[in-house]
Design a protein around this ligand. Sequence first.
Ligand code: SF4
Length: 223
Amino acid sequence: MDVNVLYNFNIDKEMDSIRQSIDELRGLEDEVLKLKKYIKPCIYYKDMKIKSIEKDKVILDEIDIDSAYLSKGLLGCHKVTLIALSIGDELPKYTQKKYLESKFSQSSIADILGSHAVEILIDKFHNYLISKNLLRGVHSSLRFSPGYGDWDLTYQKNILDILETHKDIDVSSNFLLQPIKSVTAIIGWAHQIRERDYPTGYKNDICKGINTCSSCRTWACKK
Ligand code: SF4
């Protein structure tokens, strides 16, 4: 299936939930609204068949992913959706500009807004996919990103290559996404209702992370 690209995400509709759900920005609603024009979401996504799931590897149609953590998280799924989402580079540029002008409060508000906006938009998009798939009796796994457990950050590049995002989203040589307020993710889909907990447990059972511990976002083996 081809890559889908969504540019017409209705940010006006989402601004209320973004404003209400960010505790750090309570009382700053007017400032936040003024920043709305700098948020330009784009979402790339593509469904892909899972060929097989081994103990420490997920084999998809177009890529093999070495990760025991992801194997456990996607167990029972028959397909995935790969996603790359960004709010664009205008808000990060504004954040940097205000910082260089020593307007630290304005810079900080924009930075906090950008981080939360990415999270809220990917949650909303995930919920949209859930409703779409539920109509076909297909249930969502949790959402995973490179950096979770032993899923190496280098896979961010693979996801962007598959989704052909480079016009809008790229990755630096040290695997930071550009624009910085962007995210890559994978969601699994199964005919059975999925567990709602992220994999945890002893090292080796869920994660063979050795070199990946420094970039691990979950510390799942410690939970
Ligand atoms: S901290 Fe634990 S879960 Fe994270 S990569 Fe290392 S072994 Fe895996």
